[in-house]
Design a protein around this ligand. Sequence first.
Ligand code: KIV
Length: 265
Amino acid sequence: MKNIILEFKKKYEEKTPISVITCYDYTFARLFAQTEIDAILVGDSMGNVIQGHGSTIPVTLDDIIYHTKAVCKGAPEKLVIADMPFLSYQVSVEEGIRAAGRIMKETTADCVKLEGDSELVLTLTRRLTEMGVPVFAHLGLTPQSVHTLGGHRVQGKTPETRNRMIQKSKELSEAGAFAIVLEMIPESLGKDITDAITIPTIGIGAGRYSSGQVLVMQDLLGLNESFNPKFLKKYVDLSASVRQAVSEYHMEVVARSFPGEGNVF
Ligand code: KIV
């Protein structure tokens, strides 16, 4: 039995920065399992990067369970966080408990992630934690609320929204959340929240002072050429490599140079 929630907490206590990457399938999970990455998030960002939607809203609980199973198979020793998709927990605490319960029973994920700071989310965080389901919170730009937030814009820029986010981070921590994703907020707010609470903050576009960072795998691997937000660093240009490999394959098929002598039975 992996005990990685405790390892995660230990890293935080030792002030070692925590690295998180998203993943949605077995093949990449196996590769990530061979790295030192600290945790894998099966994010509802799959709505954008896997399913081709314009948002995370269409993602279903069945989608999350399907992809989480594949990721857990590929990276059985890593901490796997499964996102709770839109409408799997917003209707009532009971529905949220059932949805989280399905994720925990049908996959080997270690915890679930919930967006927002509503009373329902706070209560659900408390109830799930009491039941033994670790909860990752998510504040700042919460993509499931993209319509009310008016698009993908930096959050927490006014003194009111800033103070509110600090307060809500404390409440989520007190409700039992064991970590909080902070998305697209000013660096100074990321630092203030990180200083104000005693659980790890995992930033994406939240500056340099969070306890750790998370990036979407397609973004950091350079698989999405048209996505270039300021917070993103592309560590490799896989788009070019993939195009190059597929073009070469095509040309060799057309030229009858593939399969070659060494590829036949
Ligand atoms: O769904 C997701 O991938 C996320 C990260 C961007 C934090 O929530």
